[in-house]
Design a protein around this ligand. Structure first.
Ligand code: 3PG
Length: 404
């Protein structure tokens, strides 16, 4: 159900679940700043449309993973300020989610006003595994509005009160961001132009097992970088020094490598690695062959922090040869300049290729923006990390299921 199914929304109070979970940095004086506002910008289309329709808008979101109680470090207050700048209109903020102050702030809204409530996860009911606890919190949220718009794509894979239970209590619909994200991801799952390449990175292979198993049956090329690559290299029998390694996944990864061969899927692993003496921005580092990581001057103590230049060039060539590319997860520790080149080269290749490119994930999106790439240089930048991976995995996502 899309926004249009809700009928005229003038003077109606509409609760909009956004994913305003943005990365924050705190300076030495304790002042917080938003380091990537992509998720705030992505939420504006729906908000603008609702304002034009004369709705009274109550935004709800989580930020980070506080433990069910107020915690100033995870306050959404800085997000309200940034949203007001981007929207060019005031965005009210109230430092509770449900309760008297929240209800009074909602009741004071006029047509077209926007109010952001405090972090949903300050309330234990939001993420509770207990249906009754979640339901009770959802009922408190529902009491604040006349209709519900689900637009937090990054969180639709979570069965949480504001994502799932609330949608059952009010007339509900998907917002414009959720609809746009689905259109792109459906294109990838149902009618991707071939050759189709997926680039996976990030630190943990265990987070990506489901998606790898699913993609091996569907893609032409799987390029693997990031911290998870060392488990692949170890599965091939290579020593990886002190690099990140998930020993308990070695057999699974070996299975994927064999399956790829039998299915004719090309798995491209790096052939060279940037190995560092320690995990530090100014650590000494060298490029060594991926099958001889311990040959660096740091011996078995060296740790791989990026794919090497030959690998980055090979990844770029494979990306250029593809008609569709999905990328999730940085190739190295891009936050440190010395280990950002692999991620930069892959991002550059995605922007150069004529194929349709999708960047999935909060981290990958933050990485390309931090490296100076413009959003419109890519076919689509998804606001969802876990959500886009679970969608590609073919899983049923609770936040979408409930709107069907
Ligand atoms: C994300 O950053 O992927 C979403 O905001 C979901 O956050 P979560 O993983 O803490 O549920």
């Amino acid at each position: 159900r899309t926004l249009d199914s809700l009928g005229p929304l003038g003077s109606k109070t509409v609760i909009v679940r956004c994913d305003l979970n943005v990365p924050l940095a705190t300076d030495e004086n304790g002042a917080k700043s938003i380091t990537d506002d992509g998720r705030i910008r992505a939420s504006l289309t729906t908000i603008r449309e609702l304002r034009e329709a004369g709705a009274r808008i109550v935004l709800i979101s989580h930020l980070g993973r506080p433990e069910g109680a107020p915690d100033e470090r995870f306050s959404l207050r800085p997000v309200a300020a940034r949203m007001a700048e981007l929207l060019g209109a005031p965005v009210g903020f109230v430092d509770e989610t449900v309760g008297e102050a929240a209800a009074a702030a909602v009741a004071a809204l006029s047509d077209g006003d926007v109010l952001l409530l405090e972090n949903l996860r300050f309330n234990p009911g939001e993420t509770s595994k207990d249906d009754a606890a979640r339901g009770a919190f959802a009922a408190q949220l529902a009491a604040l509005g006349d209709a519900f718009v689900s637009d937090g794509f990054g969180v639709v894979h979570r069965k949480q009160a504001s994502v799932y239970d609330l949608a059952k209590l009010l007339p509900s619909a998907a917002g414009r961001l959720v609809a746009a994200e689905l259109e792109v991801l459906e294109r990838l799952t149902e009618k991707a132009d071939r050759p189709y390449a997926v680039v996976l990175g990030g630190s943990k292979v265990s987070d990506k097992l489901g998606v790898i198993a699913h993609l091996i049956e569907r893609v032409d090329t799987l390029l693997v970088g990031g911290g998870m690559v060392f488990t692949f290299l170890a599965a091939q029998g290579h020593a990886v020094g002190a690099s990140l390694l998930e020993e308990d996944q070695l057999d699974t990864v070996r299975g994927y490598l064999e399956q790829a061969v039998s299915r004719g899927v090309r798995i491209v692993l790096p052939t060279d690695i940037v190995v560092a003496e320690s995990f530090a921005a100014d650590a000494a580092h060298e490029v060594v062959p991926a099958d001889a990581i311990e040959s660096s001057s740091f011996g078995a103590a060296g740790l791989g922090l990026d794919i090497g230049p030959d690998s980055a060039a090979a990844f770029a060539a494979a990306i250029n040869d593809s008609a569709t590319v999905f990328w999730n997860g940085p190739m190295g520790v891009f936050e440190m300049a010395a280990f950002a080149e692999g991620t930069r080269t892959v991002a550059q290749a995605l922007t150069d290729t004529e194929g349709f490119t999708v960047v999935g994930g909060g981290d990958s999106a933050a990485a390309v923006r931090a490296l100076g790439f413009a959003d419109d240089a890519f076919g689509h930048i998804s606001t969802g990390g876990g959500a886009s991976l679970e969608f590609l995995e073919g899983k049923s996502l609770p936040g979408l299921e409930v709107l069907a």
